[in-house]
Design a protein around this ligand. Structure first.
Ligand code: ADP
Length: 558
C-alpha cells in the first residue's frame, strides 16, 4: 500500500524536466508577504485580560521574529513539538508562525479534552514547551504533576497579569519577547517538514494526530483563498469563531494574511451576545464556525432586532447547518455557506458558495443546494464507495462511504500505524467515516457519520435530514436524532429536542411536520425533551453521549 499516492518525484523516463526554480513552500513566507504587501492589515483580539487589542501584520511579523529568537533561547530544537492551549488571539497567531518558522512543530491542544486525553497527547506528541492562556492556568495547575517534569510552561500575558501560580518555573510570554530584538532570518528547509500537529477529538478511543507540513499548509491556504474569495479579500474582516486549537481555525490564520483580510479574534467569550457586540464594534464581514455558535448569535440578533453592522457572510462547518438557519441568515442579507472538512484534511474539502447561474435560482432551489456541503476545493478529490465495495455514481442518489485524497489530506496518522492501517484503502484514499451522496453538479451531501446512521429493518435513515426538518418546528430550539437499539427493527430513531425558552414541545405536532418529508416507517418512535444537548470538545452535539443516555429507551418503553 502506498497511502496518499505516489511520493516519488523523480521524472519518469522520457519526460522533460521543467526549467523553473524549486523553492520550498514555507509558512513564514505567508507572514513576510502579508507584512510587505498588506502591512496595515489588522488582527483585532478580544483578550483574556478583557480589553480589545489591535495590531498589524507588519507588527506581528516583528513580534514573531522576537518570539522565534526566544524559542531558540528556550532550547527548542527543529523538529521538536511546542504545545499551545489558547483561545483565538494575536499571541496564538505569533506562535503559529514562529514555532513552525524555526522548523519546530506547533501542537495545538484542545482544552476541552478530558484530563486523561490531554495527558495522553502531551506524552504522545512529546511536547517540550506549553504556552497557555491565563484562562487555562488553573487547569494546568491541576494537571501539572501528570505532565513531563522538563516541560517548559509559558503563560500568555504581560508581567502585570502574571498570576500567582503553583506551576513551578512558569515563564511570562511578554518578558520572553521583550528580551529579544526584531529581525530574524527565517531558515529554509524542505517544504515537507512538519509544521503543526492537531489531534482529533477522539470521541472513540484515544485522539489521533494529524501532522501537517509547510507544503500542505501553504497549499491549503492558497486553495482556501480561491474557494472563499467572496469572504477573503483586502480590507474585509474575517472572524474565526472556530478555535485555533481545532484544525488551525480552518486555516484562517494563514488565509487571512495571505489575502489581505483582517482577522478578528473573539478570545474566550463565544456566546451570542458577546459575539454580536464584537462583530458590531469591529465591523466583521465574514464569520466562521460550527452551527451551535450561530444558534447563539441568531438569538442575539433576535434580541437586537438587527444583524451586526457589516455582517454579510457566514461559513458553517463541523456539522450540518439546518435549512432554517440558512433561511434566517438569508432573510437578513447574510449569505450562509457550508464548508465540509476534517482534521485529517487541514480541514477544508468542500464549500457551497453558489456561482452563476446557480446563484440566480429561485430561493427554494438555492436553499436546496445550500443545505448540501458543497463542491470540492482545488486539490481535493472525492469518491463514494457502496457497501459492496464498488465506486458509486455521482447522481445525487447513490449513497456510500466517502473517501478523499489530496495535497492537504494526511497520508498517515502521527505515530499510529494501527489507525493508519484502518483508515486508508489499498489505493491510498483516506476513509472519512462519512456517508454521503454526490450530485451531478458535484455537490456533496453528508447523510451521516457512518457511526451515527440509523439502520431500521435493513433500511437507512439519515439523522441529519431529520434534524434539519425538526428544527423548522417553532417550539424546537435544537435537536438530535439518534439510533436506539430495538428488538424487532434492530434500531429505531429517537428525536431528542431542546424546547425554545418557555415552550413545551408537542410530540404529535413535531411528528406531523416530519411526516411532510419522511415516510411513516422513518419517523422517530418517540420525542423526548432535554434542557441542553451534550457537546463534544469541538462544540458538536455528542451523539455518543446521547445514545448512551437513552440506550434503553425503547426497551424500557415497550
Ligand atoms: P472532530 O472529530 O474533532 O469533531 P472534525 O472537525 O475533523 O473532528 O470532524 C469532521 C467531521 O465533522 C466530518 O467527518 C463530518 O462528519 C463532520 N462535518 C464537518 N463539516 C460538516 C458539514 N459542513 N456538514 C456536516 N458534517 C460536517
Amino acid at each position: 500500500m502506498n497511502p496518499g499516492g505516489p511520493t516519488d518525484h523523480t521524472l519518469a523516463q522520457g519526460l522533460l524536466a521543467g526549467g523553473m526554480m524549486d523553492r520550498p513552500l514555507m509558512i513564514a513566507d505567508v507572514l513576510v508577504f502579508a507584512s510587505d504587501v498588506y502591512g496595515d492589515g489588522t488582527i483585532t483580539s478580544r483578550r483574556v485580560e478583557g480589553d480589545l487589542h489591535t495590531t498589524t501584520y507588519a507588527d506581528t511579523r516583528k513580534r514573531t521574529e522576537q518570539l522565534a529568537k526566544a524559542l531558540k533561547d528556550l532550547g527548542i530544537q527543529p523538529g521538536e513539538r511546542v504545545a499551545t492551549m489558547a483561545w483565538n488571539g494575536y499571541r496564538h497567531v505569533e506562535l503559529y508562525y514562529a514555532v513552525s518558522g524555526i522548523g519546530s512543530v506547533c501542537h495545538t491542544i484542545n482544552p476541552r479534552l478530558s484530563a486523561e486525553q490531554i495527558e495522553f497527547i502531551v506524552a504522545h506528541a512529546n511536547d517540550k514547551a506549553l504556552f497557555v492562556d491565563l484562562t487555562f492556568v488553573p487547569l494546568i495547575e491541576k494537571l501539572v504533576h501528570r505532565l513531563p517534569k522538563e516541560l517548559k510552561i509559558v503563560i500568555l500575558c504581560g508581567r502585570e497579569h502574571m498570576p500567582d501560580t503553583s506551576i513551578e518555573g512558569a515563564l511570562c510570554y511578554e518578558e520572553l519577547l521583550a528580551a529579544q530584538d526584531p529581525g530574524f532570518a527565517w531558515p529554509r528547509f524542505s517544504e515537507n517538514t512538519a509544521s503543526s500537529l492537531c489531534y482529533t477529538s477522539g470521541t472513540t478511543g484515544n485522539p489521533k494526530g494529524a501532522l501537517y507540513s509547510h507544503r500542505s499548509t501553504v497549499l491549503h491556504a492558497l486553495m482556501c483563498a480561491v474557494a472563499f474569495q467572496n469572504a477573503l479579500f483586502p480590507g474585509s474582516s474575517v472572524m474565526p469563531v472556530v478555535p485555533m486549537f481545532h484544525v488551525n481555525a480552518w486555516g484562517s490564520p494563514y488565509t487571512a494574511p495571505l489575502t489581505g483580510s483582517n482577522l478578528v479574534m473573539p478570545g474566550p467569550n463565544l456566546d451570542g451576545a458577546s459575539l454580536f457586540s464584537l462583530m458590531d464594534e469591529v465591523g466583521v464581514y465574514s464569520a466562521w464556525g460550527v452551527p451551535t455558535v450561530w444558534l447563539g448569535l441568531l438569538e442575539a440578533i433576535k434580541a437586537a432586532g438587527r444583524p451586526p453592522m457589516s455582517f454579510k457572510d457566514v461559513v458553517v462547518g463541523g456539522s450540518a447547518a439546518p435549512r432554517t438557519m440558512i433561511e434566517q441568515f438569508d432573510d437578513m442579507g447574510v449569505s450562509l455557506c457550508h464548508a465540509w472538512g476534517m482534521t485529517e484534511m487541514s480541514p477544508i474539502g468542500t464549500q457551497a458558495n453558489l456561482t452563476p447561474p446557480l446563484s440566480e435560482l429561485p430561493k427554494d432551489q438555492r436553499f436546496d443546494l445550500k443545505v448540501k456541503q458543497g463542491r470540492r476545493t482545488f486539490g481535493v478529490e472525492m469518491k463514494i464507495v457502496g457497501e459492496d465495495g464498488t465506486r458509486q455514481p455521482h447522481d445525487g442518489q447513490a449513497m456510500g462511504e466517502l473517501y478523499v485524497r489530496g495535497n492537504s489530506v494526511i497520508k498517515e496518522y502521527y505515530n499510529n500505524p494501527e489507525a493508519t492501517a484502518e483508515n486508508f484503502d489499498d489505493q491510498g484514499w483516506f476513509r472519512t467515516g462519512d456517508v454521503a451522496t454526490i450530485d451531478p453538479l458535484g455537490f456533496l451531501q453528508i447523510t451521516d457519520r457512518a457511526k451515527d446512521l440509523i439502520k431500521s429493518g435493513g433500511e437507512w435513515i439519515s439523522s441529519i435530514d431529520m434534524e434539519s426538518a425538526a428544527l423548522a418546528h417553532p417550539q424546537v430550539a435544537n435537536c438530535a436524532v439518534i439510533a436506539i437499539a430495538h428488538e424487532k427493527w434492530d434500531e429505531r430513531p429517537l428525536l431528542v429536542v431542546v424546547p425554545e425558552p418557555g415552550e413545551t414541545v408537542d410530540k404529535d405536532s413535531v411528528l406531523a411536520l416530519l411526516q411532510n418529508s419522511f415516510a411513516k416507517w422513518q419517523l422517530p418512535d418517540d420525542v423526548v425533551s432535554v434542557e441542553a444537548l451534550p457537546l463534544t470538545a469541538t462544540g458538536k452535539v455528542s451523539k455518543l453521549t446521547l445514545r448512551q443516555q437513552f440506550q434503553h429507551h425503547y426497551a424500557d418503553n415497550n
